[in-house]
Design a protein around this ligand. Structure first.
Ligand SMILES: C[S@@+](CC[C@H](N)C(=O)[O-])C[C@H]1O[C@@H](n2cnc3c(N)ncnc32)[C@H](O)[C@@H]1O
Length: 278
């Protein structure tokens, strides 16, 4: 065997039987809402090396172990491999600008007395979205910001993504305004940028599986759930939107991404593209 053949053998994906594929896809769908029914190649491509490294000889052994023990560490590894954490600052900037121009003024008016906003970034990935929302909020409130509680709840199922989010150190895209770079980031020696304490303290990161009942202490003025429900099938999506609705204050908002839509039967009223109100 030549060297290149040898390498090919080491890195070639393991095969997965129809029965094992169904067992794994059913488990991930029923527990996390993620629809893998068309993702057989993604499973073998992304998981083969990890499974070998963990010491399993086959998908059957790995799936047997997960289903029997619900081993948290290995399920975390599995989710980290299967979810796509792709995100970036200023994603769909028009939408964030709509939030600044129409939604922030409205919720600030509504909370003039208690000076406390309840905002949730559901499926926050590595943190760019909730930090970005914080920049918009702090910028809007200006000198008044210190009198307000603008803390954002930011949740995800991926422990790996949440660790990166908590560190808050990024390579910044050019789309971040120069003034915001100066105001909200601290230059690092390696050329990256750390979010400043005001921003860091404004986001509370927590693991949360969106398939679970929503039992947070407060109802939300705004829920951002952008580019997350794309992984869910329609019934899973509809049930989650109903749970979001129940967890939203009257007059509160749900923001999804421009590439998504809600079922015609959604209880929310559509206000603008990707923007819904209770
Ligand atoms: C593509 S990222 C979106 C990040 C950000 N909201 C944005 O629009 O840029 C999708 C995130 O959804 C998370 N996710 C997928 N299924 C989830 C579930 N059942 N519960 C919580 N988070 C989930 C993934 O871990 C991933 O970080």
């Amino acid at each position: 065997m030549t060297d290149s053949n040898h390498q090919g053998a080491v890195f070639s994906p393991m095969t997965i039987s129809d029965a094992d594929f169904r067992r794994l896809a059913n488990f991930v769908h029923s527990t996390y809402g993620i629809d893998l029914s068309q993702k057989r190649q993604l499973i073998t491509g992304r998981l083969s090396v990890t499974i070998k490294q963990l010491g399993y000889k086959s998908f059957t052994d790995f799936i047997d172990h997960i289903l029997k023990t619900r081993d948290e560490k290995e399920i975390t590894l599995l989710l980290n491999k299967l979810t796509t954490n792709y995100t970036f600052f200023m994603r769909e900037q028009d939408h964030l600008d709509y939030f600044r121009d129409h939604i922030i003024p409205e919720i600030v008016r509504r909370h003039e007395k208690d000076k406390s906003l309840a905002i949730w970034s559901a499926g926050c990935s590595t943190g760019e979205e909730p930090y970005n929302i914080s920049m918009y909020l702090l910028d809007y409130l200006g000198a008044q910001a210190s009198q307000w509680d603008t803390r954002i709840l930011a949740t995800d199922i991926s422990a790996q993504a949440l660790n990166t989010a908590k560190q808050g150190i990024y390579e910044l895209p050019d789309t971040i305004p120069a003034e915001w770079r100066r105001k909200y980031f601290i230059d690092q020696k390696d050329g990256r940028h750390a979010v400043c304490p005001a921003l860091k303290n404004n986001v509370i990161f927590q693991p949360f599986n969106l398939m679970e009942p929503i039992k947070f202490r407060r109802k939300f003025d705004v829920i951002f759930c952008r580019n997350v429900m794309i992984y869910f099938d329609q019934p899973t999506k509809d049930a989650l939107v109903q749970r979001f609705y129940d967890a939203t204050n009257p007059g509160g908002y749900l923001l999804i991404s421009y590439s998504e839509n809600l079922s015609p039967g959604t209880p929310y009223r559509r206000l603008a593209p990707a923007t819904f109100q209770k």
